[in-house]
Design a protein around this ligand. Structure first.
Ligand SMILES: Cc1cc2nc3c(=O)[nH]c(=O)nc-3n(C[C@H](O)[C@H](O)[C@H](O)COP(=O)(O)OP(=O)(O)OC[C@H]3O[C@@H](n4cnc5c(N)ncnc54)[C@H](O)[C@@H]3O)c2cc1C
Length: 391
């Protein structure tokens, strides 16, 4: 056991926070552990919010990452509804929105990210929403076959939500800046598959269409105006335009944070008392040899675990190639790689719509996206972590 009497405070309430707390205990950490979490719900699965939960195939009871007894058994104090407004590294303490001070010896920032809402006039209308929390997905679940929805944005959240809403019988239009969904991120071949999968479900795609303004249209609906001047009325507009990392607490406390809190491979900031993990971290990946920004469920768990072990004094570093799965309708895409750009690709089609798309940069393999080809995903991970040459 290590660190008896030490006060560990974790700010967050998502997978990174939960994993950090659990890994600390598992590695023998004996200090007190307090999780300060803004949301009213204990840490829960976000991925189903645009998949099974949105479709109605999963309920609230399926979402929690652990039940109340786990926190009790691990002697982890989980305080929901506790938003940290300020960090005072001089005391040191986390100050809650109501003024209460929670002192700590060491701190993990696992504050994640929130949906980006660009300054589109009318984006604050009642018919406009984002999806990050359970309540957001519950609002989307109110929609049915008499409703029309605009999904603005063709990232994974947008594609998943569009597909799940279409499966609920909702008429869905997806507007995007690109010519095809995620063509810039994953290349033409993969983007064409995404468009096809969405098309089969009845999602109408509006390519190269920028949402410019949202006007009222009756009590509940909204009129979307696009940059080419055309207008359409929707019952709901879902903004799926990326995320903003919640790194403001760290920046205000003087830690280096620019679109993510800078940490080393053990998740430590320049102040050794403060760690950061998950979506909010701009963490050094030991295999990549550089810092990466990732927004993946599995990496939030991985980074949280590294942070928890490090707090307990166990050697640990983030060195896996980040990976994620996404489900668009009934189709699952798996990606593993550094995710920060490529300059060449090789698309390998397989039987029954299967594919593997390999990405290279500066003569090195940097990523692989696959559908119905787990062998490519697994092989790709090893090669990417080895920094294999592009062939
Ligand atoms: C709808 C949806 C579907 C997704 N699907 C996938 C998927 O299929 N695969 C995949 O790999 N990834 C997916 N992701 C991404 C994945 O959920 C995130 O990468 C992951 O949740 C990040 O975990 P985190 O713990 O870093 O942050 P979060 O899950 O964002 O948790 C951070 C928590 O900190 C709280 N917080 C923030 N500021 C404060 C504060 N000042 N005080 C107290 N608490 C605070 C927040 O309220 C939040 O509860 C999805 C995300 C969404 C929203």
């Amino acid at each position: 056991m290590s660190g008896a009497g030490e006060r560990i405070v974790i700010v967050g309430g998502g997978p990174a926070a939960q994993a950090a707390a659990g890994a600390y205990r598992e590695a023998g950490g004996a200090g007190t552990v307090t999780i300060l979490a803004r949301e009213p719900d204990p840490p829960y699965e976000r991925p189903p919010l645009t998949k099974d939960f949105l479709r109605g195939d999963a309920g609230r009871k399926d979402l929690p990452l652990a039940d109340a007894s786990w926190y009790k058994e691990c002697a982890i104090e989980l305080r929901n509804g506790a938003e940290v407004a300020e960090l005072d590294l001089g005391v040191p303490a986390a100050r809650l929105a109501d003024g209460e001070e929670v002192g700590f010896d060491r701190l993990v920032l696992a504050t994640g990210a929130d949906p980006l809402v660009p300054p589109i006039p009318g984006a604050d209308r009642a018919a406009v929403q984002t999806v990050r929390r359970i309540g957001d997905s519950e609002r989307l679940r109110e929609l049915g076959s008499s409703d029309r929805v605009l999904v603005a944005g063709s990232g994974f959240i947008g594609c998943e939500a569009a597909a799940s809403l279409a499966l609920r019988g909702v008429a869905v239009t997806m507007a995007m800046l690109e010519e095809l969904p995620q063509i810039d991120r994953l290349g033409r071949e993969v983007a064409e598959r995404f468009a096809e999968w969405l098309g089969v479900l009845g999602v109408e795609i509006l390519p190269e269409a920028e949402l410019a303004q949202i006007d009222p249209a009756g009590d509940r609906a909204a009129r979307a105006r696009f940059d080419d001047g055309h207008r359409e009325v929707f019952d709901r507009i879902l903004l799926a335009l990326g995320v903003e990392r919640n790194d403001g607490l760290a920046a205000a406390a003087g830690l280096t944070a620019e679109d993510g809190i800078e940490v080393n491979a053990a998740m430590a900031t320049a102040d050794p008392r403060v760690l950061a993990a998950g979506d909010v971290a701009f963490a050094f990946n030991a295999s990549a040899g550089r810092r990466l920004r990732v927004e993946h469920w599995g990496e939030a768990l991985n980074m949280g675990e590294v942070a928890g072990k490090a707090l307990a004094g166990a050697a640990s570093r983030w060195d896996v190639a980040p990976g994620f799965w996404s489900t668009i309708g009934e189709r699952t895409i798996k990606y593993v790689g550094w995710g920060d750009g490529w300059d060449e690709l090789r698309f390998e089609p397989g039987d029954d719509g299967a594919f593997a798309c390999w990405y290279g940069r500066d003569g090195e393999l940097v990523g692989v996206a696959s559908h119905l080809d787990d062998a490519a995903y697994q092989r790709g991970r090893g090669l990417i972590e080895e920094r294999a040459a592009w062939r």
